[in-house]
Design a binder for this molecule. Structure first.
Ligand SMILES: [Zn+2]
Length: 243
């Protein structure tokens, strides 16, 4: 199966690789997925699925990226990763996915049926692919540069989410920054003295950056008739089981 990535990556020579060919989950990966459900071993299954099931990165003209899959994986965005995971599921079990979602108005658990191929994908233009976004923070006046989060940031944010809820805000915002006040790769610690409005501004501006796959599913509750949203969790190992 071929799929287009929301972002992809641009090499030094200006080639844009934003198309991948992917395979499907076989017994080998399935065994691994069964194992980790009991081990709770973070997001290592995401790396494994991407490394084993992406068969190649291509330009729109069909030129194949000559570097290793692993090196390409370090250059793509979180939106790209989410898109590939959705397509792996689609290519393995088909485009229909059944999930349960709790209504936010009346708490009723609803059975939902989703067509994965209909999730909206927004893609960045080629000119915007390696554009550096410069911000001037509204409160402190400090300069900051945003960067697209990739595989490494995905692992870090998962760990932050599991361990230190107290640092969630500063740690997540730090992952979105290429530099802060002239310092490259700022840490959560560097953000602790920033005004809260500056941190919020970083997160809001980051949300506008790069391509997206819309994983928020809106459903009409069978009980109260109101619409509610559920986010599809594509990094959950259970996303790759037959439903
Ligand atoms: Zn309801």
């Amino acid at each position: 199966m071929e799929c287009l990535l929301p972002d992809g990556f641009k090499t030094e020579s200006g080639m844009v690789y934003d198309k991948v060919k992917i395979g499907e989950i076989t017994g080998r990966q399935q065994n691994y997925l069964m194992d980790i459900k009991s081990l709770q071993s973070g997001l290592n299954h995401v790396d494994k699925l991407l490394e084993e099931l992406i068969q190649g990165f291509y330009t729109q003209d069909g030129n194949q990226y000559q570097g290793s899959i692993k090196s390409a994986l370090n250059r793509i965005s979180v939106s790209d990763i989410e898109t590939v995971l959705v397509r792996i599921r689609e290519n393995t079990f088909g485009n229909i996915y059944f999930l349960k979602g709790k209504c936010t108005h009346c708490d009723t658990l609803n059975d939902m049926k989703l067509d994965l191929s209909s999730l909206e994908v927004t893609r960045t233009s080629n000119e915007d692919k390696d554009k550096i976004v410069e911000l001037t923070l509204p409160k402190s006046g400090k300069k900051a540069q945003l960067k697209l989060m990739g595989l490494d940031a995905l692992h870090k944010s998962w760990k932050i989410f599991q361990k230190s809820q107290s640092e969630l805000l500063t740690a997540t915002a730090s992952l979105a920054l290429k530099s802060l006040d002239g310092k490259n790769d700022p840490t959560s610690e560097d953000l602790k003295s920033l005004p809260i409005l500056d941190i919020k501004y970083i997160n809001d501006e980051y949300a506008k950056l790069g391509g997206k796959i819309d994983t928020i599913v809106t459903h009409e509750c069978k009980e109260c008739g109101k619409d509610f949203d559920t986010r599809l969790n594509v990094v959950d190992p259970n996303f790759f089981s037959l439903t």
